[in-house]
Design a binder for this molecule. Structure first.
Ligand code: PLP
Length: 358
């Protein structure tokens, strides 16, 4: 048996005709930049997420960047965030010349530890950026600074009521485009207007530039595809949650050794990834690869130890919980179309690895 980490084709195949028809509509209309498809998608997305506004953007990365730009984050400012995330979370802070300030994670949730995050806030803090990692909502401390949520992996998981929630439609996300895409969701109309202005070079009317923005637009073709896919998001998320439950049941029945820790459930978890903690993680991964089971390490190197952030001066040991997670975390296949037989096979091979020691 072969079990890939993700099978985007299985998700897209039943929608093939509707997607091609939606793309054909855009081609026939000849409106490729913003326009009616993007506007309609923004309305449908905001309604689906119970937010006042959604602004379609070119990627999750650009959603984070433009959120910080709209808050006026610049050189000399600090942004408090997690050292255990995808690089983009912190890259956006550094690209604006601001300083990322890290706080350690809660080892149980892989998310920012709220007390550590509060302690990291100081007089120069301009924003707090929690990441709802793997689809699990982070809990937040009460801090007197705007909150920009990195919700790239957690569409539809509860919103915390921050200033902005930034989404990614990278194809592996619960709602995936057929290329890059992202959005910023907010209840603040003025903030949404500012983000919309920044995404088109700050120009309004055209060629009169009030703000220094960029080209952060969502493509009309991607918006049209996302409009076909959005109505299925709830079912796909339910499928991921069902599969998470099934892993729990299968692992319990197979007497998984105590050292392996499954992710704790919470009703809002949307399982963009199902990440276990595994001793001898790399050897386990190799064992699973030999049995044609796809896994991934999110993330093998903490952000405070990335070579590009060496000038921030962090040393190994600064954030022990995050560093330990980089050595133990392993993502297993969890996509909605995964079958029970495939999951049983994954569980069987993991249990055999620990029982037989290889
Ligand atoms: C936590 C996190 N932040 C930001 C991003 C960036 O999103 P994108 O790839 O759409 O730029 C991603 C995903 O790739 C992510 O997982």
């Amino acid at each position: 048996m072969r079990v890939p980490l993700l099978d985007v084709k299985a998700q897209n195949a039943p929608l093939r005709e509707s997607i091609l028809a939606a793309v054909a509509k855009v081609v026939d209309a000849g409106a490729f930049i913003l326009g009616p498809e993007v506007e309609a998608f923004e309305k449908e997305l905001a309604a689906r997420l119970g937010a006042r506004r959604a602004v379609g953007l070119s990627s999750g990365t650009d959603a984070l960047l433009v959120a910080l730009m709209a808050l006026g984050v610049r050189a000399g400012d600090e942004v408090v965030t997690t050292p255990f995330s995808f690089y983009a979370t912190v890259g956006c802070v550094a690209r604006l010349g601001a300083r990322p300030v890290f706080a350690d994670i809660d080892p149980k949730t892989f998310n920012l530890d709220p007390a550590a995050a509060a302690a990291a806030c100081g007089p120069r803090t301009r924003a707090l950026m929690p990441v709802h990692l793997f689809g699990r909502p982070a809990s937040l401390p009460a801090v007197p600074v705007p909150v920009v949520e990195d919700s790239a992996q957690s569409i539809g998981a509860c919103r915390l009521g921050g200033m902005a929630s930034c989404l990614s439609f990278f194809p592996s996300k619960n709602l995936g485009a057929m290329g890059d895409g992202g959005a910023l969701v907010t209840d603040d109309e003025a903030f949404a207007d500012k983000v919309a202005l920044l995404r088109a070079h700050g120009g309004k009317p055209k060629y009169v530039h009030h703000l220094v923005g960029g080209n952060f637009r969502l493509d009309a073709v991607q918006a049209a595809i996302l409009r076909v896919k959005l109505p299925h998001l709830a079912a796909w998320t339910a499928g991921r949650r069902r599969n998470a439950e099934r892993y729990r049941r299968l692992f319990a029945a197979a007497s998984l050794p105590g050292e392996v820790v499954l992710p704790e459930d919470t009703p809002a978890h949307i399982y963009n990834q199902f990440v276990i903690r595994a001793p001898r993680r790399d050897a386990l991964r190799e064992h699973l690869r030999k049995h044609e089971i796809g896994t991934e390490v999110y993330y093998p190197l903490a952000l405070h130890l990335q070579p590009c952030f060496a000038d921030l001066g962090y040393r190994p040991g600064a954030f022990p919980a995050a560093e330990r997670a980089t050595a133990e975390a392993l993502a297993l296949p969890i996509y909605a179309e995964l079958g029970e037989e495939q999951q049983s096979y994954v569980v069987e091979k993991i249990v055999a690895f620990y029982r037989e020691g290889s």
